[in-house]
Design a protein around this ligand. Structure first.
Ligand code: IMP
Length: 190
């Protein structure tokens, strides 16, 4: 069985990815390889940040690995919050981060946005990238209790519910992360 390290300690992400990739690969977390470092994430693009994670693991542990970076891009905000999605307001408080997006847009009618994920994979000495994105609209006030992050203010195109009003199963069928992970899985299983 092939082992791949996923540059995360998020058990939920790990489980989701393992389920999509299947059992030809055993996916290990950072804790599983005894990595407790704060891996730098200082890039200006999702791609750079995802690659920083795999570069770090390759250099320090010489393992086959992948890492991801995601965020929300709002067209009217010049693609902000982008790579700063987790700390847009200067804090990791998602209530404040959502408030800042809503205040920055105010009643601007141009509310198109997308969630994006980039996965960097380092396998057999080669670097690969997989991208997933989902287009949608930022609404004017929060709706729904599920999900996380900016889910309560994002309605994907073709739907009437926000990500936060969907079940985890519904969201995981269509999300940016699921799209990128399915591309990774197709590549690994090809
Ligand atoms: P990460 O790179 O997956 O940790 O995502 C960085 C940040 O982007 C998160 O802290 C969230 O604020 C935002 N984000 C990423 N994916 C999602 C999502 O599926 N829903 C809502 N917010 C998300």
């Amino acid at each position: 069985m092939l082992e791949l390290v996923f540059a995360t300690n998020n058990a939920h992400k790990l489980e989701e990815v393992q389920a999509i990739v299947g059992d030809r690969f055993v996916i290990k977390s950072l804790t599983d390889i005894d990595c407790h470092d704060d891996i730098p994430e200082t890039g200006e693009t999702f791609e750079e940040n995802a690659k920083q994670k795999t570069d770090y693991l390759v250099r320090k542990y010489a393992v086959s690995c992948f890492g991801d970076d995601s965020g929300l891009e709002v067209d009217a905000l010049d693609n902000a919050p982008g790579v700063y999605s987790a700390r847009y307001s200067g804090s990791r408080d998602m209530e404040k981060n959502i408030d800042l997006v809503l205040e920055s847009l105010l009643d601007n009618p141009e509310r198109t946005a997308r969630f994006k994920t980039v996965i960097s994979l380092y396998l057999d000495g080669e670097q690969h990238f997989f991208e997933g994105s989902i287009e949608g609209t930022i609404i004017t006030e929060r709706r729904g209790e599920g999900g996380f992050g900016y889910d309560p203010i994002f309605i994907p195109d073709g739907y009437t519910k926000t990500f936060a009003e969907m079940t985890a199963e519904e969201k995981n069928q269509i999300s940016h992360r699921a799209i990128a992970v399915r591309k990774l899985a197709d590549f690994l299983n090809s």
